[in-house]
Design a binder for this molecule. Structure first.
Ligand code: LMR
Length: 395
């Protein structure tokens, strides 16, 4: 049997971690995988997470199974964090998943189970693993225009034109709730409303991946679009991740939500999500979920967490602004001003894989081949080095 296995292509983002480690140069800069790093290059455990873990260690009396959906208190806390009061809690079926990727995978499986003919539309570009999972599941996919590499912004006309021309009832449209990965270019609320109108006209169903809530414009601002969509469409899937905003990457903490305007559907939706969990891994991991629940339900811990997250967000915003200003100074043009407009952990520079490779070879700068940079990989000292490397490479 094993002789039938073939080498799988390496994940381009994860391969960068190894390539960076193997580079002996001192001044190398890692702008690869989407992990937050502070100015010292450390991915810290957040204060509230440490406090919550201590509390759990002291108070937890069993590690027996939770439920197939995970701890209901976790779902309640996360539904509140993501959806606020946009919909009634009774409209939302929700299960804990191993990370945001687990939620994405289960969402696609639910789509397949509910409508094997559904096509999944994704932005060009999107997080490469979205497409990889869809292909693995043998689902039909189609991309829609999204990023305009000339302006560094969203090609909104192209996006709407593609959706209008191609969507059929029952298709699924994958959208990034905030902090678009890999581009950093996001829709504004007026544009979201137009997308919702197209979805409702065509009968297509949105699926929102929200993995960076709190990294863009703030915890509530980043959820505004998702909340608007939830309140204005008949059905919605949401894959949420706690990896980044709680800094608990390795704990694998996510939540999949199925929102229905018809609350009577929630029981069957909930059962379907729990069934999928059982088929894939039975009970979802609990430790990260318990940390999140502990933080979100304790006012002091929640306030401390939100304050630390806000510092992280503002730090990244400063680095963006510094980078845009430095490039303005070096080039004498506003060509890179979009870097200051982008939001979240990433920005796509909009250059060729050849120039990305040149920056790696000449200056030890590691970004994803599509020119996605993790802004959190910078600090105030490395921003000018990156800006110079961008200019030297002739981007
Ligand atoms: C990323 O896009 O870098 C992160 O979401 C990490 C990953 O799993 O790819």
């Amino acid at each position: 049997m094993f002789e039938n296995l073939k080498e799988q292509p390496a994940d381009k983002i994860l391969a960068l971690i190894e390539a960076f480690k193997a580079d002996p140069r001192d001044g190398k800069i890692d702008l690869g995988v989407g992990v937050y790093k502070n100015a010292e290059g450390v991915t810290p455990v957040m204060r509230a997470v440490k406090a919550a873990e201590k509390k759990i260690w002291e108070e937890q009396i069993t590690k027996s199974y939770t439920g197939l959906a995970g701890d209901p208190a976790y779902a309640d806390a996360m539904v509140g964090l993501v959806l606020g009061d946009a919909v009634e809690r009774g409209q939302v079926a929700a299960v804990a998943t191993p990370g945001g990727t687990g939620a994405v995978r289960q969402a696609f499986e639910l789509v397949k189970m509910a409508n094997p003919a559904a096509r999944v539309f994704y932005s060009d570009p999107t997080w490469p693993n979205h497409v990889s999972i869809l292909n693995y599941l043998g689902m039909e996919t189609q991309s829609y225009r999204y990023f305009d590499s000339e302006t560094g912004g969203v090609d909104f006309e192209g996006m709407i034109a593609d959706l209008k021309a191609n969507l059929k009832a029952g298709d699924v449209v994958l959208l990034h709730g905030c902090c678009h990965n890999p581009t950093g270019a996001n829709l504004n609320l007026v544009q979201w409303k137009e997308v919702v109108a197209v979805l409702n006209e065509t009968g297509a169903i949105p699926m929102i991946d929200i993995a960076y809530q709190g990294f863009g414009d703030g915890l509530d601002a980043d959820a505004e679009a998702t909340r608007y969509v939830a309140a204005n469409v008949p059905e919605l899937l949401i894959a949420a991740s706690c990896s980044k905003n709680f800094g608990i990457y390795r704990e694998r903490t996510g939540l999949l939500m199925a929102v229905s305007a018809d609350a009577a559907k929630t029981k069957v939706n909930q059962g379907s999500l729990a069934f999928l969990n059982r088929q894939n891994y039975s009970f979802p991991p609990d430790h990260g979920a318990r940390i999140v629940t502990t933080i979100l339900t304790d006012p002091a811990l929640r306030a401390d967490w939100a304050a630390e997250l806000e510092e992280v967000r503002l730090g990244m915003l400063e680095l963006r602004k510094q980078l845009a200003a430095e490039l303005q100074r070096l080039t004498g043009s506003d060509r890179f001003a979009f870097l200051g407009e982008h939001r979240g952990m990433f920005s796509r520079l909009g250059t060729t894989p050849e120039l990305v490779e040149k920056m790696r070879a000449d200056s030890g700068i590691y970004m994803v081949g599509d020119s996605r940079m993790n802004i959190a990989g910078l600090n105030t000292k490395t921003v000018p080095i990156l800006a110079q490397a961008i200019v030297d490479a002739g981007v």
